[in-house]
Design a protein around this ligand. Sequence first.
Ligand SMILES: Cc1cc2nc3c(=O)[nH]c(=O)nc-3n(C[C@H](O)[C@H](O)[C@H](O)COP(=O)(O)OP(=O)(O)OC[C@H]3O[C@@H](n4cnc5c(N)ncnc54)[C@H](O)[C@@H]3O)c2cc1C
Ligand SMILES: Cc1cc2nc3c(=O)[nH]c(=O)nc-3n(C[C@H](O)[C@H](O)[C@H](O)COP(=O)(O)O)c2cc1C
Length: 789
Amino acid sequence: MFKLETYSRAVLFSCCFEHKGGIPMKIACLGGGPAGLYFTISMKLRDRAHDITVFERNRPDDTFGWGVVFSDETFDNIAANDPPSAETIRAYFAYWDDIAVYYRNQRVVSGGHGFSGIARKKLLLLLQDRARELGVNLVFQTEIASAATLAKDYDLVVAADGLNSRTRNEFAEYFKPAIDLRKNKFVWLGTQQKFNDAFTFIFEQTEHGWIWAHAYQFDAHTATFIVECAEPTWQKFGFAAMSQDESCRTCEHIFADYLGGHRLISNASHIRGSAWLNFPRVLCEKWSHQNIVLMGDAAATAHFSIGSGTKLAMESAVSMADYLHSEPDMQAAFAKYEDARRTEVLRLQSAARNSMEWFEDVERYLHLDPVQFNYSLLTRSQRISHENLRLRDRNWLEGAEAWFQRLAGAGDNAVRRPMFAPFRLRDMHLKNRVVVSPMAQYKAVDGCPTDWHLVHYAERAKGGAGLVCIEMTCVSPEGRITPGCTGLYTPEQEAAWKRIVDFVHAETDAKICCQLGHSGAKGSTQLGWEEMDAPLKSGNWPVMSASATAWSVRNQTARAMTRADMDRVRKQFVAAAKMAARAGFDMLEIHCAHGYLLSSFITPLTNRRTDEYGGSLENRMRYPLEIFHALRAVWPAEKPISMRISANDWVGAEGIEPQDAVAIARLLREAGVDICDVSAGQTSIKAHPVYGRMFQTPFSDRIRNETGMATMAVGNIYEPDHVNSILMAGRADLVCLARPHLADPYWTLHAAVRLGDRGETWPKPYLPGRDQLYRLSGGGEQIIAAVWP
Ligand SMILES: Cc1cc2nc3c(=O)[nH]c(=O)nc-3n(C[C@H](O)[C@H](O)[C@H](O)COP(=O)(O)OP(=O)(O)OC[C@H]3O[C@@H](n4cnc5c(N)ncnc54)[C@H](O)[C@@H]3O)c2cc1C
Ligand SMILES: Cc1cc2nc3c(=O)[nH]c(=O)nc-3n(C[C@H](O)[C@H](O)[C@H](O)COP(=O)(O)O)c2cc1C
């Protein structure tokens, strides 16, 4: 614990600390890795009068690990801080532009990725030289047992003591670290085999499972060779019991085809045993305590597969040095440092997590064609967009797009974005992959669609989407969500829908899907723009659900459905489906998501039944599947049926989680459902969704690639780039956009113009408008080739 004198030195210093030209500080830096060394350099650059000592337990030229990589852009940020050290570091950079992927006997190469590598040892030696030159006192072979002791004698202690930071543990109650030991096993090896033409990934299938290597050259003779695999594979190989040498020999054998007879070498003699590790994902609630601050891996780690740990550590070092010179006192500097760096670190950690999880789940993608596998690998962190890949390597991306179009049956010469690839489900042919997601309009009169609906759906169908899905259309008056919801339970409603469907078919080449549903416990509520999900002010009707539950304390408690209720509702679904068939809809979607009646059976949050419709997932799926089978029996055989599900209740293990959604999809697939529309949430008021760009797409990805079922992705997808990357990576077959289509009914046609695609059909009366837009757009690509934040 902190002694009084420790605290008093910090407090004293904090009080009289002044920025720029203020009192020089006496600083101890615990750890001479990239974070510690670069921090001391950055401090000296700002004020030579600081008295700085680095304590490092190793010798100056000890090296554990091999090379580190920087991307072109990231090194520029660092270079601006200290051009002389950047210049010397750059002189030792090995550069490469390509990423090569060995997978299923193919080597796929894409270019434009712009990386540089340097030996970790060289980097540290250069940073040591620069630190010395600036007057930093470097003390090697000195292990610091306690940062608290140092803190007594120094104004500031920077704990840059790495991944397994002792300081972080010493002050755990203040830093509140969360360390997540990830499931894959990896070992950091080196080799003299040349990998100097590309950053190379090698995926090998062995008798014990898949194992892969991340390899890159970092100097004239040496390459890093990180071997990674899932824990069961590692166990089966018996790596746990092997010495480091035996591990190397086994890996040499596995990767013999790529090593050209060269050996794999370990330099992790400091690690006891086999040197295989599980990556620890480190997060800390706080980075500073009194006069001690965490930096680099000690504060936060980023998985090695995005090669950003060193950059992150060095950028944090610059930031800390900046704030110590711009802020009035040390605590203010710490606060600014945490504030500024935390966002950046979290952003990078989020990309690193995506990348790390991709490798953890890689077996999910190992059925993919090499083209798609490669695309999936390149976009795994979800930072690199489709159009950014085009900037990096147009030829490679166009080859991949041509592959996608060919697979979609568009013909050999089609060079178009994936979103413009056709898609077929049973006999329904869609001209492209964009879907207008179902959206309640709350404008029906007694369940009957009005001219509003005609104009609304006609506009979206004219706007270029391949498929327009109508709002949840209810199978009975009491099955409506609100008094403004549409229905399919009277001849007038059927006729009104037929008028809309006929218009879409006569005037556009879009297809139209009817979403059928029953509101369950979320029924008898106000219009969407009134108080959503709140009971009606007057005229409420009784509601029923899987069990006697209420949506919220304000809503009425639903009646638990009896078998007779279930029969009646099934018949209502069947009658509605027959009407939809007569109205000419091309596809049916059964709404089993968002907490409505069928969803209330699926999620354990609302299904408390003790009969054969409650309990296990199979039981909870029984009634939704009963509805599906009844509809399939009356719905034309050539037309597809989709089911929309909530793939995550966002309440943790109590509710549906993504792995349960995979099990649900398996049951749907076995039953013969043609496509799963993968939504999420809205099943509980206790939900804590994690929003973000394309935030529900991982659920679709998982279902599609683990079950082989066709999927639609939905949720905060709003850029053509999002759509293309989802499709090209095989994360969904169709992409639904809801709110973007409220803002712009012509979203698809406008996207085509921005992308320079001239293949979409415009309504004939609008051709002069189209031509003007083409001219204004200059005929080129207007899309932003984003590296997403
Ligand atoms: C397999 C693998 C591959 C990686 N590849 C890359 C890559 O390609 N690019 C990249 O940017 N990053 C990479 N990283 C991450 C990178 O190594 C770290 O993010 C980076 O080194 C962090 O710097 P640091 O200064 O915070 O910690 P470290 O580099 O770990 O330095 C901490 C230092 O503190 C010293 N120390 C610790 N405790 C004490 C003590 N009690 N007393 C005295 N000294 C002590 C240690 O000896 C060490 O020298 C990789 C990491 C791994 C595991
Ligand atoms: C106004 C509005 C009404 C909606 N009505 C329905 C509906 O009737 N049926 C349904 O399954 N989803 C409905 N949704 C959900 C959307 O289909 C979609 O899943 C959600 O808005 C996320 O997509 P987005 O981010 O593109 O908007 C509705 C969404 C909005 C904004």
